[in-house]
Write a protein that binds this ligand. Structure first.
Ligand code: BTN
Length: 325
């Protein structure tokens, strides 16, 4: 995405080693007049940025607003490529839809779309993902991996492990991964992952990985139909979370896990996944379009399928099913 002068101004001040940058230098770097620099600074102050301005030395950025927006997320974002191209919207139908559109238009690998609110958030199997308010993280990442489409399901699994890694940095909460794409805390869902792709038989053109995390919802903010089975990080930890900081860490951890996945292969992810698997070794109900049966979860295979042991002691590989208990 093209950076605005305002974004560039924030970047320059944020990255300044010496702290202060003179109005003259800013005007030269940005190729705008000194009056325009001064106007931008005043606008930024209104948005909650704080500056120290010293005659003859210039401006120094002291702090940013805690708001979640494109520039606050990008400020100090410690990734190499993921989210460096960032689209932030207050309200969208679904970040997945925007991601598909941008990917078709040629958006670079790592382009990330984040919204405060989604009017029609989508989950797997075209279910609704409730995300009408700015109390969660609703984001979609465009990836252009050089891999065969048959590995795509592994991406969902490794995304889940990277979210687990991120949360472990903030709180000691028992996060479990329910195959294939849900994250649970204390038997309630708080995060879903939606992996979609555009592919030829042997080639992925692009993937869109959507992550939805319930962050600051109170129990009553969930619609009644899902209230009993849904939770948020705030409910589980009894404190409100800073969404900006969480988004930045999610991007860093995803980028790191992705790098390891590309170099070491799926084995890197598999152990982590298994260590955090929900209902591992327990009896569940496997619901498939043509059959339903009871089985015990044994783990996952190298191609991301779920391994279950049936009651007649057979091991079955499940590629697509709903798991209930
Ligand atoms: C699921 O649980 O079935 C997956 C839920 C995925 C929700 C995220 S929120 C960001 C992105 N935009 C969407 O419309 N869906 C995904």
């Amino acid at each position: 995405m093209k950076e605005t002068k305002r974004d560039q101004l924030i970047d320059i001040l944020a990255n300044s080693q010496n702290g202060f940058i003179s109005g003259q230098e800013l005007s030269r770097n940005l190729q705008i007049s000194r009056t325009a620099v001064w106007k931008h600074i005043n606008e930024l102050k209104k948005d909650g940025y704080q500056f120290e301005a010293v005659p003859k030395r210039g401006y120094r950025l002291l702090s940013r607003p805690s708001a979640v927006n494109e520039s606050t997320i990008k400020w100090d974002l410690q990734t190499e490529w993921l989210g460096q191209s960032l689209v932030f919207k207050d309200e969208v139908d679904s970040t997945q839809n925007i991601a598909h559109q941008l990917a078709r238009e040629g958006a670079v690998n790592g382009t990330t779309i984040i919204a405060n609110k989604q009017l029609h958030g989508r989950g797997r199997l075209n279910r609704e993902w409730v995300s009408h308010h700015d109390d969660g993280i609703w984001m979609s990442m465009i990836l252009r991996p050089e891999m065969a489409p048959c590995h795509a399901s592994q991406m969902t699994l490794f995304t889940a492990t990277s979210v687990v890694d991120t949360l472990a940095k903030f709180a000691n909460i028992p996060v479990k991964i329910k195959w294939p794409n849900d994250l649970f805390i204390n038997d309630k869902k708080f995060c879903g992952i939606l992996t979609e792709m555009q592919a030829e038989l042997d080639h992925i053109e692009y993937m869109v990985i959507g992550i939805g995390i319930n962050v600051n919802q109170e129990s009553m903010s969930f619609p009644e139909e899902i209230r009993q089975k849904s939770t948020s990080l705030a409910i589980e930890t009894q404190e409100k979370w800073d969404r900006r900081v969480l988004i930045q860490q999610l991007l860093v951890d995803f980028e790191t896990t992705y790098r390891e996945f590309l170099t070491q292969g799926f084995s890197y992810v598999k152990d982590k996944w298994t260590n955090n698997a929900y209902k591992l070794g327990e009896k569940v109900l496997v619901n498939m379009p043509k059959k339903s049966f009871e089985a015990t979860i044994e783990g996952i295979t190298d191609d991301g399928a779920l391994l279950v042991r049936t009651i007649d002691n057979n091991i079955e590989k499940i590629y697509s099913a709903e798991i209930h208990w």
